[in-house]
Design a protein around this ligand. Structure first.
Ligand SMILES: Nc1ncnc2c1ncn2[C@@H]1O[C@H](COP(=O)(O)OP(=O)(O)O)[C@@H](O)[C@H]1O
Ligand SMILES: [Mg+2]
Length: 498
C-alpha cells in the first residue's frame, strides 16, 4: 500500500508541485514534543518520548510554479511550512501509524483529514480552505504515499520519473526531460520512501544492499540505487506503467510509422516471422512489441516471459511468466533463462521475451530455430547490426563454447526481422529500420533494409523532418506471405512506396 494515486482530493488533473526550498531556507519551527515524521507507515515504534528535536517541515509546500494554485508569497510559504511541521508533529503524537496501516488509503486520508482539521482548530490556526487542503494533502502524501513525488505519479502524461538525490527530480514528458521544482526534505525522507516501495515486494534497500528493483502497486517499474554507490544521494527511477497501451494506429498518428510501414509490420507478425525489436532505453521497444502482438492469431498459444509484466496481450490463450529476483538471503532467484527454458516444455506456439539481455538469448534462438515461429523479443541496441552483435555477445557471455561461425548461423537461421525503434533528439519516437536477416555471406550475417527513416533536417521549431523510405527490394519473406495469402496486402504496401 503506497497510498492511492490520481484520486486525491485536490484532483489529479491539476498536480501540485511541492517544495521549492527543501529544508535549508526554512526557519526552524518552535520545538514541540514530537516523533519522527517520515517513518514508514508500517513502523510501529514512532519514538513518542523522543525529546523535541527542531524539525524541518515534513514536506515543503507548493512553490510559485505550482499549477493551478495561486503563487504563495515566500513569507506565507514559510508560515505554512511551519504550520505544517507543527500539525504533522501533533498528528504523529495522536495517531498510531500501525493502526493506520491497517486501513485502506481512502480511510487513512479521511482519518488524517479529520484529525488535521481538529489540530488546526485546537491550535487556533487561521488558514484558508486552500491552505488547509495543501497541508492535509502534503501530510497524506508523506504518511502513506510517496511523499513529494506522489502528485507526479498521479499524472498520466509522465513516462519516467527520475530522482537524483533529495534535491533533484526530473520527469520525462512527451519524450522530453524536464527538471521539476520538487525536492525531498532530506536524504532520510527519500530513503524512507524508497524503503517503503521496495519493502512492499519483500525487498530491502540500505547500505548493505544498495541496489534494488521493485514495482509499484500500479505496475510501474522501480529501481533504487543508494549511497555509497549513488554519490549525491539515492537515485530512484520509476518507469510509469501505462494502462492504455499504444497501438500501431497510435504510432501512425504520432508519425512514428507510415501507413505502408504499418501494413508491412502487420504482415510480419501475421505470417509468424521471428522478430527482434531493437532500440535504446525508452525508445519504445516494449510498446512496439505490444503493438505487434496485437496481430497474432487469437487461436495461438502464446507464452510471455518478462522481468516485470508489462505486455498486455489481447489474445485469449496466453500464459504470462515473470522472473523473480533473489530473496533477502540471496536465494530463490528465477532468471529469464530459467523461464525461457521452461517455456519450451509448455507447448508454446509463440514465445515472447520482454527483454533479452543475457544468456536466455541462446534459448530464444533455439526456440525460434525449432518450430516456434513468430517468437519475439526486444533487445537493447542502436541499430540492427548492433542488435545482432549484442545477441552474439550474450551467447558468448553465457559460456556457450560455440565457434563464431556456428553461432552466427544460429542467429541468421533464427531471426527473420529486426525492427529498430529510436528516440530522436527532438524527443519524437520513430521506427527507423525494418531490416531483414537474409543469411550468411562467408562469416558475416547479411542484413537487408526494407525501410529506413531518413532525417532530412529540422523545422523552425526544432522538430526533426524526415521520411520513411522503402528500399524497393523484394522481401525474402515474400513466399511466406504468399503461403499465408497475404502477398497482395504486402505488395500493395510496398508498391505505394516503390
Ligand atoms: N512511437 C511512440 N510515440 C510516442 N510515445 C511512445 C512511442 N513509443 C513509446 N512511447 C512511450 O515512450 C515510453 C517508453 O516506451 P517503452 O516502450 O516502455 O520503451 P522501452 O521498452 O524501449 O524502454 C512509454 O511511455 C511509451 O508510451
Ligand atoms: Mg521496455
Amino acid at each position: 500500500m503506497f497510498g492511492k494515486r490520481g484520486t486525491s482530493k485536490s484532483g489529479s488533473a491539476a498536480p501540485k508541485s511541492f517544495g521549492s526550498g527543501g529544508g535549508a531556507n526554512v526557519p526552524k519551527p518552535k520545538p514541540i514534543p514530537a516523533s519522527e515524521p517520515a517513518q514508514p507507515a508500517k513502523t510501529t515504534s514512532a519514538p513518542k518520548e523522543k525529546p523535541a528535536a527542531p524539525k524541518k517541515p515534513a514536506a515543503t509546500l507548493s512553490d510559485d510554479s505550482a499549477q493551478g494554485i495561486k503563487p504563495v508569497s515566500s513569507e506565507k510559504k514559510e508560515k505554512l511550512d511551519e504550520i505544517k511541521v507543527n500539525v504533522f508533529n501533533d498528528l504523529m503524537e495522536a495517531v498510531d501509524l500501525s493502526e493506520l496501516s491497517a486501513l485502506t488509503p481512502e480511510q487513512v486520508r479521511d482519518e488524517i483529514n479529520d484529525m488535521v482539521s481538529e489540530i488546526i482548530s485546537m491550535r487556533g490556526l487561521v488558514l484558508s480552505m486552500q491552505e488547509q487542503q495543501l497541508v492535509i494533502e502534503d501530510i497524506c502524501n508523506d504518511v502513506l504515499g510517496l511523499g513529494p513525488i506522489e502528485p507526479l505519479l498521479a499524472r498520466d502524461d509522465i513516462a519516467d520519473l527520475m530522482v537524483n538525490g533529495p534535491d533533484v527530480v526530473y520527469i520525462e514528458v512527451n519524450g522530453k526531460m524536464e527538471k521539476t521544482p520538487i525536492k525531498f526534505r532530506d536524504q532520510a525522507q527519500l530513503m524512507n520512501i524508497c524503503q517503503r516501495i521496495v519493502s512492499a515486494v519483500g525487498r530491502r534497500v540500505d547500505e548493505a544492499s544498495p541496489i534494488c528493483d521493485a514495482r509499484l502497486a500500479d505496475g510501474s517499474r522501480v529501481n533504487v540505487i543508494a549511497p555509497p554507490l549513488a554519490i549525491d544521494g539515492t537515485a530512484l527511477t520509476i518507469r510509469k506503467f501505462k494502462k492504455d497501451k499504444l497501438t500501431l494506429e497510435n504510432l501512425l498518428q504520432f508519425g512514428s510509422i507510415t501507413p505502408e510501414l504499418k501494413t508491412v509490420m502487420e504482415v510480419v507478425s501475421e505470417i509468424r516471422l521471428n522478430t527482434l525489436i531493437s532500440g535504446g532505453t525508452g525508445s519504445g521497444k516494449t510498446t512496439l512489441l505490444n503493438c505487434m502482438t496485437g496481430h497474432i492469431d487469437p487461436a495461438e498459444r502464446i507464452i510471455t516471459c518478462e522481468d516485470s509484466a508489462e505486455l498486455q496481450l489481447q489474445q485469449p490463450h496466453v500464459v504470462r511468466l515473470e522472473t523473480r529476483p533473489p530473496n533477502l538471503e540471496g536465494k530463490g532467484e528465477i532468471s529469464m533463462r530459467d523461464l525461457v527454458k521452461n517455456c519450451l516444455r509448455m507447448r508454446p506456439e509463440r514465445i515472447i521475451v520482454g527483454e533479452v539481455r543475457g544468456p536466455e538469448a541462446f534459448d530464444l534462438l533455439q526456440a525460434m530455430n525449432t518450430g516456434h515461429d513468430g517468437s519475439m523479443g526486444t533487445i537493447h541496441a542502436n541499430n540492427p547490426r548492433e542488435a545482432i552483435s549484442r545477441v552474439e555477445n550474450m551467447i558468448m557471455m553465457g559460456g556457450y563454447n560455440l565457434p563464431s561461425r556456428a553461432m552466427r548461423e544460429q542467429i541468421s537461421g533464427a531471426v527473420n526481422i529486426i525492427v529498430q525503434a529510436s528516440r530522436l533528439r527532438d524527443g519524437s519516437r520513430k521506427i527507423t529500420h525494418l531490416t531483414e536477416v537474409v543469411g550468411m555471406e562467408g562469416e558475416i550475417i547479411t542484413l537487408q533494409d526494407l525501410c529506413v527513416y531518413e532525417i532530412e533536417g529540422e523545422d523552425a521549431n526544432g522538430k526533426i523532418v524526415g521520411r520513411h523510405k522503402f528500399s524497393g527490394l523484394r522481401p525474402t519473406f515474400w513466399e511466406k506471405a504468399k503461403y499465408y495469402g497475404l502477398e497482395r496486402k504486402l505488395a500493395e504496401a510496398l508498391q505505394q512506396n516503390g
